[in-house]
Design a protein around this ligand. Structure first.
Ligand SMILES: [Fe+2]
Length: 476
């Protein structure tokens, strides 16, 4: 265990450094956590959350996207549960640790570059690697919206930045898709400068084997995409990037309905000319569930927001209005490849996000889809009050409400290793109590969601707000 003397004090009273977002200043190793309820014997593996946790007092205005990535791992093993957390030691954070203070500005002051003499090879812009963690080709990769992957070990020690042997020209999405059968990883990168969108495939061994520049009319923010067993599917929405805002003020991401909204479908290994775009009504999807292809129809689903405001205002207050993408409502999209037409069907009115499903079925039809929802007042995505399960076959919805003063993080589906049914497994997620300032990691039987947690792992101290979580099953 190591405590750091430089606790972030939030002397400027910034909203993204208060409440559950107040960073923790320690790195703990707790071999046995207190558990209420019963952990299923076959739930063996690691739940890992990635999220922002600034190591040093920010120099200026702080946005939740700026914080240094910190991983929190809860390991379910042979009847006991351990906890560990570590910062991701990016080259930028290492430079700040050497200096003993923050060197990099936040997104709101991006062009206020740090002194090259202090940051050295780490470069002028921080990649905090704070958004997601995936495992591909045996490697754990911490990901950011626009950063190169940072490899960490199963024990959360940082190994270094990975650029696919120099083949990646830029940072990539935090939402790659991994085919559970071929073990290929599909991903993309967007940019405010041409080419606005790039698409990549890495093979099962982690080698970059396909790279295509795709043409979109404007630079747009693309947070997530999908695969089917044959296709890559992109959403080009009217969330248009404006880098001039850094110098001229105003939002860096604006909803511009005149840009239109379209779904693009291309073969997994297609070239730039192979993508076919299909216009749909205006809106944005921050996170998708699954996609599949049957009888000439590509079907995908996600949480659709018809009037998204992303904020990222460079000269506005850092209040909740600049927080993040807003939640959407559960929506399915069907693209008729022969007719070249796409339809949009909203199938619920509860707002939510952080769409998850059984990842072992990525690219083929799934019946059960999970998300975090809001029954009380809508908040920041990642601070939900309700766990939601949709049944595509019955059009039914099941929910579990956490209670007032609780915030639920993303719920990941952990499959039962011996199970046959798609929803045979558990949902694992954080439940933060704002009054007590404590966090539990909860386990819910995915086939009996409305019963609520069958087990709660009590964290040794609160786990701060996180973005995405993942489940890594124990090696046999
Ligand atoms: Fe995300």
């Amino acid at each position: 265990m190591s405590a750091t003397p430089d606790v972030v004090t939030n002397t400027h009273q910034q909203p993204f450094l208060s409440g559950q977002m107040t960073p923790v200043s320690d790195e703990l190793d707790v071999p046995s956590c207190k558990v209420t309820g019963e952990i299923p014997a076959s739930l063996r593996g690691k739940f890992v959350q990635n999220g922002p946790n600034p190591r040093f007092e920010p120099q200026g205005r702080y946005h939740m996207f700026d914080g240094d990535g910190m991983l929190h791992a809860v390991d379910f093993k042979d009847g006991s549960v351990s906890y560990k957390n570590r910062w991701i030691r990016t080259p930028m954070l290492e430079a700040e640790i050497r200096a003993g203070r923050a060197l990099y500005p936040g997104l709101a002051d991006l062009m206020n570059f740090p002194d090259p003499a202090l940051v050295g090879d780490a470069g002028p812009i921080k990649n905090p690697a704070n958004t997601h963690i995936v495992k591909h080709a045996g490697k754990f990769l911490a990901l950011y919206e626009t950063g190169l992957p940072v490899e960490v070990t199963a024990d959360l020690e940082t190994l270094g930045v990975r650029d696919f042997d120099g083949k990646l020209p830029s940072g990539i999405t935090a939402h790659p898709r991994i085919d559970p059968v071929t073990q290929e990883m599909f991903f993309f990168a967007y940019s405010p400068f041409p080419p606005y969108l790039r698409y990549f495939v890495a093979d099962a061994q982690g080698r970059l084997v396909h790279s295509v520049d795709l043409a979109t009319p404007a630079p747009t923010m693309i947070h997530d995409f999908l695969i089917t067993d044959e296709h890559a599917v992109f959403l080009d929405s009217p969330l248009v990037l404006n880098m001039n805002a850094i110098n001229e003020g105003g939002p860096m991401v604006s909803f511009k309905p005149e840009n239109g909204t379209r779904l693009g479908v291309m073969p997994r290994f297609g070239q730039a000319d192979d993508i076919i775009w299909h216009d749909i009504e205006n809106g944005h999807v921050q996170h998708f569930w699954n996609g599949w292809h049957e009888n000439g129809i590509v079907e995908v689903s996600g949480t659709f927001n018809s009037n998204p405001q992303f904020g990222m205002d460079t000269d506005g207050d850092m209040d909740d209005s600049s927080a993040s993408a807003q939640a959407g409502v559960a929506t399915r999209f069907k693209i008729d490849l022969a007719k070249g037409k796409a339809t949009v069907e909203k199938f619920d009115d509860m707002e939510g996000d952080f769409c998850r499903f059984n990842d072992e079925m990525n690219g083929v039809r799934t019946r059960h889809h999970y998300m975090g929802g809001f029954q009380d007042e809508r908040g920041i995505i990642g601070q939900f009050d309700t766990l939601v399960k949709y049944d595509d076959q019955t059009n039914g919805r099941e929910t579990w409400y956490s209670g007032k003063n609780h915030h639920l993080g993303e719920a990941v589906f952990a499959p039962n290793p011996g199970g046959a049914a798609e929803d045979d497994g558990w949902l694992v997620f954080t439940d933060h109590d704002h009054v007590e300032n404590t966090t539990d990691v909860c386990v819910v039987d995915a086939q009996n969601l409305e019963a609520g947690p069958i087990a709660r792992v009590h964290m040794p101290r609160k786990v701060p707000f996180g973005f995405h979580v993942n489940w890594f099953k124990a090696e046999a």
